[in-house]
Design a protein around this ligand. Sequence first.
Ligand code: A2H
Length: 256
Amino acid sequence: EALGPQEYTAIKMEVVSWPNAEIEKQVSEKVGGRKVFLVAATLRPETMYGQTNCFVGPSLQYGIFPSKNPDEAYLCTYRAARNMAFQGTSATQHQVEQLFELEGSQIIGTQVKAPFAINPVVYVLPMDGVLPTKGTGVVTSVPSDSPDDYATTSDLVKKPEFYKIKPEWVTNLTPVPVISTPTYGEMIAPAVVKKLKINSQKDTKQLAEAKEIAYKEGFYSGTMLVGDFKGEPVQEAKPKVRAQMIEQGVAFAYAE
Ligand code: A2H
């Protein structure tokens, strides 16, 4: 854990369709004309080209909160909305206005836009390890570069019925190459997951080690394979991709 504040990039994933008519009706009654965005907190904005889906914790509580932008509302945990109210990105200052409350399980199967990704629209899927106490409670999934995301998407592909998801929601989870490293090639997460013999998202101890290896190797030795900064070292591309996303209005700064 870092001692100082953690600087995340909050990725705005606009809802394209809700999983059923009932939730769609409830949301539109409570949220009115505002567009709804799932807000995912990431430390790796340069990997966003490789998003294949988005994760929420199925038993966690989420809310929809008005953004500072009058046309927009953000879906995240109440805790994150409270932080946003102190960071100038919420409609309200120093207090939270919740338009609608919902459980993670109700969001699964929603289709959202994935900014900068090669897959422009992705599904919201369940992940066991989403912590309510970190970030926004929404995690964007990049299975090429995140061992947690790769292990979890592999579980979902193997056992969709166990995870209560429709098979068509997992047909597009193939990792997309984004970063190349000398030791692990074009897809570090699958390589490290295999090397450490990780079988599922439940192998939390080995996944912590895999995460450490992938993070260090990607950051210090990685080269971008895609996007406007293709060919550049990850260390240089990272702040540039972040700045582009913020400038284009598809992301904002979030700290905690
Ligand atoms: B990262 P740190 Cl490609 N619960 O984004 C569990 N994990 C969460 C979370 C939560 N509530 N909120 C954010 N995260 C994830 C991309 C990524 C991430 C890649 C590689 C590594 C990586 C795509 N997923 O994180 O404990 C998010 O996943 C490994 C460090 O604050 C976020 O960045 O250091 C990261 O964990 C933040 O974790």
